[in-house]
Design a binder for this molecule. Sequence first.
Ligand code: SAM
Length: 227
Amino acid sequence: MTFVGLWRNLRDLHLQLNWRVIETSQVYKTIRSPPDNFRDRGNENIFSMRKLKNSELDRLSVDEFKRTEKTPIIIVLDNIRSLNNIGSVFRTSDAFLVEKIYLCGITATPPHKDIHKTALGSTETVDWEYIENTLDVIQKLKSENVIVASVEQAEHSVMLNDFAPQPQTTYALVFGNEVKGVAQNVVSASDLILEIPQFGTKHSLNISVSCGLVVWDVFSKMGSRKV
Ligand SMILES: C[S@@+](CC[C@H](N)C(=O)[O-])C[C@H]1O[C@@H](n2cnc3c(N)ncnc32)[C@H](O)[C@@H]1O
């Protein structure tokens, strides 16, 4: 190789390395995932994809959570039997800054060790209230101009992927009992029904899984500042 050739190779290598360092630091500082064309650039091994420690996740403290602006989503639990499911709904609600959870009928209330197992402290952050009759909650929310959406499989339901939340609107999402689902009188009193499409053999999903899917979907469609 001539001296000029060697020099060009070294310069190219330098430019490449320089670019990678800049790219690495920018990506690392701003987003956790690499850019779309990351692999096309032959960058397979630049990132270690090291798992983050809890201390690196920048979560809110309980006080900060209480003060922070909430997502205009309210959850109503209609007669949920499993305490683990209740706790799991709390944890999802914490993650997406849900305004409030109404616990109705046989739905157990915190504190309870089996709720705590899945809630992991989120019963201390998310606001909640027990109201025995689910229909009373639905009527109260409707009188406050909240749009009540039962999450169920029902005639004239709107498939979740087709649902577009209206701006400046608070939605109450009602989830139902593990066996009976959302009571028919609650479904009938709702403004709309949201259904999660399913393609396999099972008739329905677990209630807390449904809650995770729907809350994430609605949260992201609301164009939260966090996404
Ligand atoms: C296990 S399901 C209840 C199934 C029950 N067999 C029924 O008749 O509704 C518990 C709750 O999860 C939610 N859920 C489960 N799968 C769903 C789906 N595909 N679409 C909408 N909601 C669903 C609903 O809120 C439902 O009330």
